[in-house]
Ligand binder design. Structure first.
Ligand code: GPK
Length: 808
């Protein structure tokens, strides 16, 4: 009954499985089934196929006594999974055919799945890509995070302004997970520390339950599957019957509501600090549950805690799970009676820490009183960690400073390896935030340049390019992305260039149709699609892109008969609800769009589109259709970027600064295939020391002056002419992110883009060379390097980059 080669069912057999789920799991017959029922039936049928490799992987890991990787992350920005699972099982054709035979539109069912949006942006999406690569490489691993009841908010525009509404992905059953009611841990907060002699015991004031939900994550070819284990908060006591019997109905359920608050919502702050006690509780909640789970697994395998560093690698995705260090030490000392310094060394042997930003507002610090109130014993242990560090290194760097607990320093000191996420960022980590600690522990910091999974970000999101590449260089590239190099010679082949261009054109039509049907906007698919899609943040400089758009609008109106290259400027992204300036920028983009899009003088030449509620699925639609990738952050601020890699992989050259992974992308695709502009990170530092640098930059730029005046005089907000005075004043007087200083160079680079795009053959060649030369940015490469340099973990499927053979 199994297909020989890939353990697959035939389409007929698979349809049978889907029908069974429709009736047995959904309780519907085909006549009464909704699209939701069909989607659930399809998802459950696919999930069934993951079980076998999942069990086999667990068994293999156990038998091999292999080291396991634990990736602790506050965020997993997973998106949809149907296509991901279907293609990794190599069952996409079978699944589509089965659905067709059942009279269903496969694509429509796929698109019915809501995004699992348990993350804000790059950091959360990186964690999801890493899970895909860990499974593809066959490295035994668990992802640990929080099963938020509400993922990232949904964004709506009302009169051009961002409105947030609660995201509700769990109102429908989540098809991919297994509830594990038996896997539950009590997690404490607050209370006191009891001392007797040398020993300490924490007596928490309140406890809640962390309850596990497991989602299998299957890798390419279905050879290996790991687990994403997300924790939900539940009350120890569900319901207080005594209160109820007294007629206190609300009080009877109060405990439950309070406990569940811990996993209720994802904090919507990206690269900025939330600083709330509830956030600290969330961090401790999922970290403590994960550490307990790790120790329970160690015990169940008959190992002792001395074995930990050989058996367990724990990676901290930013400082959010930094409390893992003190928690592990606490369990080793208070419960397993190890000596403090020994416990610290053992914990350090397991821990790695990844830094994702240098922005000071994103470096977590907790006021000591809050920390003490929530985690009194951990505060004592942090002091012990600090004194052990001071003693061993003679370093002046403290963890407790100015009344705060500094989580970056804590993570650094408790980790045996610390990494940045691009070459430039890792250098800056060494030279800035951790300068002294780098001197104290010179071999601790290393670089691991980010990557993206080629399955989601090329194979699945760009089916026509996938087919073209398969036809040209074969099918080995999804698990060995550097094979795309074999496309380089085809950049000279006119037939291939035509085909490549046709794929892009088709993807653009797809987006144009979607904009028409879903957003009531008409765009010309023959225009250049220029996209900046990412969180809205001042350092990412959407404002500079918009100013350039206004300047271009002016230029076109001044010279209507010049040879303008028609452009569609696509913006996408959310602002943190409390980030006032970012929300003003959104408002301004929409205001400028309203004026420019209504101006008959630039009709067909310039258009701005900003579809609301940008998310992973929207990225999968837009990236394959984009011609130009905007990566224009102030140098030194974007730790890596990963959207930059996705665009290049899908044949969109970059206009960008020397920031984050842009630097490495440019090195690989070639300077001639990258539109570089702007100050370098070192020049940014120097410029900021000058007086009135923004006034000076504005004074020498006619174009910029004019655009700024238009915005501050209400050209784009005629009903409320003063609306953007504050925003523009800030650019005139401060401009911390040097929008004004880079503006002219950016404008000039855009005009180089125009001329290059006008020659479609050479543009397409450039696009092909981008695709061909960014294979190194596969997250498979990133994960292989973490495994080698940080985790000392190994693939259990052999020939990891080109998985072959059956699971043993
Ligand atoms: C960094 F610090 C943070 C954060 O809180 N959230 C987040 O998404 C991003 N990031 C960086 O801004 C990106 O440059 C980077 O590519 C991404 O993390 C993954 O490393």
């Amino acid at each position: 009954m199994l297909n020989e080669r890939r353990n697959l069912l035939t389409a007929e057999q698979f349809a049978e499985v889907i029908l069974n789920h429709l009736t047995s799991s959904q309780g519907k017959d085909p006549e009464h089934a909704s699209i939701y029922d069909w989607r659930m039936a399809l998802s459950l049928a696919l999930r069934d196929q993951v079980i076998r490799p999942w069990f086999a992987s667990t068994r293999t890991t156990y038998e091999a006594e292999a080291k396991r990787v634990y990736y602790l992350s506050m965020e997993f920005l997973v998106g949809r999974l149907i296509e991901d699972v279907a293609t990794n099982l190599r069952a996409e054709d079978v699944a589509a055919a089965a659905m067709r035979s059942l009279g269903q539109d496969y694509g429509q069912v796929v698109r019915d799945e809501p995004d699992a949006a348990l993350g804000n942006g790059g950091l959360g999406r990186l964690a999801a890509c890493f899970m895909d690569s860990l499974a593809t490489l066959g490295i035994p691993a668990y992802g640990y995070g929080i099963r938020y009841e509400h993922g990232l908010f949904e964004q709506h525009f009302k009169d051009g302004q961002q409105i947030e509404t609660a995201e509700n992905w769990l109102t429908q059953r989540y098809a991919w997970e297994f509830e594990r009611p038996e896997v539950r841990y009590e997690i404490g907060f607050g209370g006191t520390v009891e001392k007797s002699g040398q020993t300490s015991k924490w007596i928490p004031a309140e406890t809640i339950i962390a309850s596990a939900y497991d989602t299998p994550v299957v890798g390419w070819n279905g050879l290996w599957a790991n687990t994403l284990r997300l924790w939900a908060a539940k009350p120890v006591k569900v319901f207080d019957l005594d209160s109820f019997n007294r007629g206190e109905y609300l009080a009877a359920s109060e405990l439950e509501a309070l406990a569940r608050t811990i996993s209720r919502v994802l904090y919507p702050d990206d690269t900025s600090e939330a600083g709330k006690e509830l956030r600290l509780k969330q961090e401790y909640f999922f970290t403590a549950a994960s550490i307990k789970d790790i120790l329970r697994r160690l015990d169940s395998e008959g190992r002792v805690v001395r074995d930990l560093p050989q058996r367990v690698a724990i990676q901290l995705n930013d400082t959010h799970p930094a409390i893992a260090g003190p928690e592990l030490v606490r369990l080793l000392v208070d419960e397993r009676k190890l000596e403090m310094e020994n416990a610290i060394d053992i914990a350090r042997g397991c821990l790695g820490y990844t830094n994702h930003t240098l922005l000071p507002e994103a470096l977590e610090r907790w006021p000591e009183p809050i920390f003490k109130r929530v985690l009194p014993r951990h505060l004592e242990i942090v002091r012990e960690i600090e004194s052990a560090h001071l003693k061993a290194s003679g370093s002046p760097v403290r963890i407790l400073e100015d009344g705060d607990v500094k989580m970056g320093e804590l993570s650094f000191i408790m980790a045996h390896k610390v990494n940045g996420v691009s070459a430039l960022h890792s250098d800056l980590v060494r030279e800035t935030v951790f300068e002294q600690l780098n001197r104290d522990y010179p071999d601790r910091i290393l670089n691991q340049t980010n990557g993206i999974t080629p399955r989601r970000w090329l194979h699945n999101c760009n089916p026509d390019l996938r087919i073209l590449i398969n036809d040209t260089i074969g099918t080995g590239w999804p698990a060995d992305l550097e094979q795309l190099e074999k496309l380089v010679p085809h950049a000279q082949d006119a037939g291939f260039l035509e085909a490549f261009k046709a794929v892009k054109a088709k993807n653009k039509v797809r987006v144009a149709n979607w904009l028409k049907s879903h957003h009531y906007i008409a765009v010309d698919p023959d225009a250049m699609f220029d996209a900046q899609i990412k969180r809205i943040h001042e350092y990412k400089r959407q404002l500079m892109n918009l100013l350039e758009t206004v300047a271009l609008w002016n230029e076109i109106r001044d010279n209507p008969n010049a040879d303008w290259v028609p452009r569609v400027k696509i913006f996408g992204g959310k602002a943190a609800p409390g980030y006032v300036v970012a929300k003003q920028i959104i408002h301004l983009i929409n205001d400028v769009a309203a004026v420019i899009n209504a101006d008959p003088q630039v009709k067909g030449l310039l258009k701005i589109v900003y579809p609301e509620n940008y998310n992973v699925s929207m990225a999968e639609l837009l990236i394959p259709a984009t011609n130009l990738s905007e990566q224009i952050s102030t140098a030194g601020n974007e730790a890596s970027g990963t959207g930059n890699m996705k665009f290049a992989l899908n044949g969109a050259p970059t206009i960008g600064t020397l920031d984050g992974a842009n630097v490495e992308i440019r090195e690989r695709v070639g300077a001639e295939n990258f539109f570089l502009f702007g100050l370098t990170a070192a020049e940014v530092v120097e410029r900021r020391k000058q007086q009135n640098y923004s006034a000076a930059a504005i004074a020498v730029s006619q174009r910029l002056s004019r655009a700024l005046e238009q915005i501050e005089n209400g050209v784009f907000s005629p009903g409320d002419p003063d609306r953007y005075q504050g925003l523009v004043q800030d650019l005139r007087q401060k401009d911390y992110f040097l929008v004004t200083c880079d503006f002219d160079d950016y404008f000039a680079a855009q005009r180089r883009v125009d001329s290059a795009y006008a020659d479609q053959d050479s543009w397409t060649r450039m696009a092909v060379l981008n695709t061909a030369r960014v294979g190194w940015f596969s997250s498979d490469r990133t994960i292989a390097d973490y495994a080698k340099d940080i985790w000392n973990a190994h693939s259990l499927i052999g020939g990891a980059r080109q998985p072959k053979g059956e699971v043993p």
